[in-house]
Design a protein around this ligand. Structure first.
Ligand code: SF4
Length: 453
């Protein structure tokens, strides 16, 4: 259960379906795990764009009545995670604007690394910003571009930005999807049952609306959706894949296919690798729910140690009143997790989690297991130590708050009060996702400090 590292957003785009906004709504439900603080949808009826966005979960922002106002056969949607203290509705997406070519709405997953530089230069030229979002830079860059067509303006604009972006743009008649040259954040293309198209951060959204996966939007590719035409592809950049490996470790839903591979299978592979490189004698393997479940299953399968549910998670705790602050995180762990005493009492327990960020959650879980009667608790982590913050669209604590950045493994083990602690090493992690260090296909910066941009 990760309360201290979060995806910032999810995006979806629907094109060529008469119930576009409803499909966007259902897709956002499937993508809710990527952001719970705000949600929004813009639709186009061919003449005008309609937008609804607000703070809250998808089911709180939308209802049957307001969805009816989002008419048209194309729509883009967004869910957002906000950082502490940042509660402005203005920072919810889609970002909507009127400009000389008409109307436009943009949804963005990622983080622009040169956002401040671009913003300062735009402000010096007279631009007025309404929000703190780096996404607003794109609106200004598109509006100010001297090109005649929107597609050329989008290409112009994305060539001025750097960093991580999976973007979907909606105009009155077209939709555009674009991924940065590194493909940091996922974005997949699917086909709707009626022949329309969907793009979404994860394929779990496709399953819900009955879409079939066509392929990923390639790194550096711009897809153009136009009525009665197959999507047109423009290679804006030569692709240089550096996919976020943390999608496999924690962010993506296990029932999604990300970067062409099953997230569930990748996580099980990590657990199996962990059992091979970090074995220990024990009576039972239990996961930290929900993130540690597939890796714990993999660990159990490889080691032959029985898998049990040793910790129950209470899923029925609302999120809206809980702000992402340390105090609330502490309370939330107590509210959310409880031990299965019959499974744990008197047992040597291996507890598997996907990562350790600050260490406070792990310590509480291990204390809870010991209080429930575990004779030993061995912590196994299905990724390397998280030592560095992310600048590519994931909300991580600063380096001084990352426990692995400030303590040795033994010190962390002592701090979390485990009988032993072991992590999956970088080589084994990459092998688990069918890659190698030499291939350099994945971003691993939060484990290695090797930043790409
Ligand atoms: S730094 Fe970590 S979380 Fe950020 S993109 Fe790279 S692997 Fe993903």
């Amino acid at each position: 259960m990760r309360e201290d590292i979060n995806e910032k957003c999810a995006v979806v785009g629907i094109f060529g379906h008469e119930e576009a906004s409803k499909l966007a709504y259902f897709s956002l439900h499937a993508l809710q795990h990527r952001g719970q603080e705000a949600a929004g949808i813009s639709s186009s009826d061919g003449k005008k764009l309609h937008t609804i966005k607000d703070r809250g979960l998808v089911m709180q922002v939308f209802n049957e009545k307001n969805l009816e106002t989002l008419s048209g056969s194309s729509a883009v949607g967004h869910t957002r995670y906000s950082t502490a203290g940042d509660d402005s509705i203005l920072d919810a997406q889609p970002v909507f604007a009127r400009y000389d070519l008409g109307e436009m709405a943009i949804v963005h997953n990622g983080n622009l690394t040169n956002a401040q530089e671009v913003r300062t230069s735009l402000i010096e030229k007279g631009a007025i910003f309404q929000t703190f979002m780096d996404t607003e830079n794109l609106i200004h860059l598109i509006a100010k571009s001297p090109k005649d067509k929107l597609v050329d303006r989008i290409i112009d604009a994305v060539q001025r930005i750097e960093g991580a972006f999976s973007l979907v743009f909606l105009s009155r008649t077209k939709m555009f999807a674009m991924r940065d040259r590194f493909g940091f954040r996922p974005l997949s293309l699917g086909r709707l049952p009626n022949g329309g198209y969907i793009v979404a951060s994860e394929t779990c959204a496709f399953d819900l609306v009955g879409a079939t996966l066509v392929r990923d939007v390639e790194p550096g590719e711009l897809l153009i959706f136009e009525k009665d035409k197959a999507p047109q592809s423009i290679k804006v950049y030569e692709p240089t894949p550096k996919h976020c490996i943390f999608e496999y470790v924690y962010f993506a839903r296990p029932d999604s296919t990300v970067y062409g591979q099953s997230v569930y299978q990748m996580r099980k592979n990590m657990g199996q690798a962990l059992a091979s490189v970090e074995p220990i004698e024990a009576d039972v393997v239990i996961p930290v729910p929900d993130g540690g479940v597939p890796a714990a299953i993999g660990y159990s399968q490889k080691s032959g140690i029985p898998y049990e549910l040793g910790i129950m998670r209470n899923h029925y705790i609302g999120r809206t009143f809980i702000e992402p602050t340390q105090e609330m995180r502490d309370l939330k762990v107590k509210m959310k997790l409880s031990p299965m005493i019959d499974v744990i009492k008197g047992k040597r327990v291996i507890v598997v989690d996907d990562s350790i960020v600050r260490g406070t959650t792990s310590r509480r879980i291990i204390r809870m297991l010991k209080e429930a009667g575990a004779s030993e608790v061995h912590m196994r982590v299905s990724s390397p130590p998280t030592t560095d913050p992310c600048f590519y669209g994931v909300d991580t604590p600063s380096k001084d708050k990352l426990i692995a950045s400030n303590m040795t493994n033994q010190e962390i083990c002592d701090y979390i009060e485990a009988d032993s602690l072991a992590y999956l090493d970088e080589d084994s992690l990459l092998k688990s996702v069918n890659s190698t260090v030499d291939e350099e296909k994945y971003c691993t910066a939060c484990f290695t400090g090797k930043y790409i941009v």
